[in-house]
Design a protein around this ligand. Structure first.
Ligand SMILES: Nc1ncnc2c1ncn2[C@@H]1O[C@H](COP(=O)(O)OP(=O)(O)OP(=O)(O)O)[C@@H](O)[C@H]1O
Ligand SMILES: [Mg+2]
Length: 156
């Protein structure tokens, strides 16, 4: 059984069928790049996998111990706080999350970010890197719906 297993998925928006009996298997450790024309359904497929969109038919399964992170195509213009605040999300100040704090610091360091800079002062590309660090911290699997530069960076 594949790590991520998508079988016979069908999805309609209004009267339009976007996915008709699609399937995908992803093995543990495998990296998948999804390529397609604008509007062909790439982001929607990622939303199906993360569970924010439900299929009209079919099954999507991955191990319960996995948490899914989806990096949105949209970069928010403004978020309060520093790089550390944004990457930490809601775990900052939580007594039980030493492990998460470590993962946050590791991710900031791996992406070469300055933890003390204010998110709102960063360039669009650096904001995307910060959001990538937030998406990856503490996750076993991840999906990017993003531009090539960020994907290459995440694969370094
Ligand atoms: N919530 C929704 N309600 C109705 N239609 C939707 C919804 N979400 C997506 N769609 C439609 O589904 C199709 C696929 O959209 P999606 O955003 O998945 O495409 P994409 O391949 O990611 O495109 P892009 O390359 O531009 O990012 C589009 O025609 C879009 O208009
Ligand atoms: Mg998209």
């Amino acid at each position: 059984m594949a790590y991520i297993n998508i079988q016979n998925v069908e999805l309609n928006f209004g009267g339009t069928r976007l996915f008709d009996d699609i399937g995908l298997n992803v093995e543990q450790g495998e990296r998948v790049v999804l390529v397609g024309r604008n509007g062909s359904g790439k982001s929607t497929l990622l939303r199906l996998i993360e569970g924010s969109v439900k299929p009209d038919a079919g099954n999507i399964a991955y191990p319960k111990r996995c948490r899914c992170a989806h990096l949105s195509q949209m970069v928010p213009q403004a978020l309060p706080g520093t790089v550390l605040d944004v990457v930490s999300g809601d775990s900052r100040g939580n007594e039980d999350s030493e492990d998460k704090r470590q993962q946050v610091n590791i991710m900031i360091s791996r992406l070469g970010l300055d933890a003390e800079r204010f998110f709102n002062s960063l360039s669009a590309g650096l904001k995307r890197q910060v959001l990538l660090a937030r998406a990856l911290a503490g996750k076993r699997i991840y999906f990017c719906s993003t531009n090539r530069q960020t994907i290459w960076t995440s694969m370094r």
